[in-house]
Design a protein. Sequence first.
Length: 400
Amino acid sequence: MSLAYEGVRILDFTQLLSGPVATQQFALLGAEVIKVERPGVGDQFANTMHTEPSRQSGRSFPFQGANLGKRSLTLDLKRKEAVEIILTLAKRCDALVENFAAGVIGRLGLDYESVRKVNPNIVYCSVSGYGQKGPKAGVAAYDGAIQAASGMMAATGDPRTGPVRASYMPVDISTALLTSFALASGLYRKLRTGEGQYIDVAMMDTAVLLQMPQMMNYLNAGVVPQLSGNRAATGSPTADAFATKDGHVMIVTIEERHVEALLAVLGLSELHADPKYRDETARRANEQTLRPLLDRAFAADTTASWCARLSQAGVACAAVSQLPDVAAQEQFNHRSLFAPIAMAGTSDTQIKTVVTGYTMASDGPRPRPAPALGEHSEAILAEAGYTTADIARFRKEALI
């Protein structure tokens, strides 16, 4: 059988992380994704987070991970003829995705209404920081800025040291996954009705959605989250990170039976009979005396020992691990998260890539290498009906 999106063609004007990862999800399932890049420059992300081994391809490893299986077409979109080429390509496409700042693609002459004139049934998706309308439409946005603007940072960090941003890109990646869901929904609706539509995805909206439990409590009860270190959102003193003899362990206790099991494993069962620690309300009120007891108990043994004993007792816990420990976990031998592929622009150099967070019993994600800059320009243009002479002229005039 064919992959889920074989036969679907997507024009991809995205850069950096959220847009590229969104369209990459379709490439993994067989879609033809045509990535449009600036001649000689390419996607900003191609030269971001470079390491020495990736410099030979001109495409950073994070860029390659975000653009698996795509085809690269270079075009100078500031030229009128380039816009005409895009409109010619758009006639043959099912979807278009862009993540320019609001208003930019319209100035290029490639907004939804312009593309819709040549392809009335196209599913057109814009991804931006704050959406296409409103006072912040067009404001530059990156993951870290949205973490700050959305309230994430104000509730992340230790009260003693102040707010911190996540060291990874939660807003970018979650926006990518939300975008791919919205685009898949648009394509499914098109399959049923024959109609295209416009989709507007905002990073800010996604960041608030990630904080839905906290926002619901604020909207309906006026509760404002505060800096709480590694404490769980519930505020429980027994749901936190604790130092062990050789590292740290994260403990999550949701129900009272979990707290009782935790105290038993720590050798502190008597605390659960003490009125000061008998229930969640009492433990919060007496945290200043409870925390030293927990700290002293955890410091007496290793992280591995605590994880084994607590897991056996049904307490959710995990070692605070670094990426080398994560990548080496036996669990991934039973998943399909990592895969070997050719480095972009090479045929004999292999790298490892992160694929995606699910498996399928049939016709699941199939990673293919990311493209070299402009690798498929001539083939894409030829498929769209341009002659060898046309393409030679485009190259001579630095249009591609």
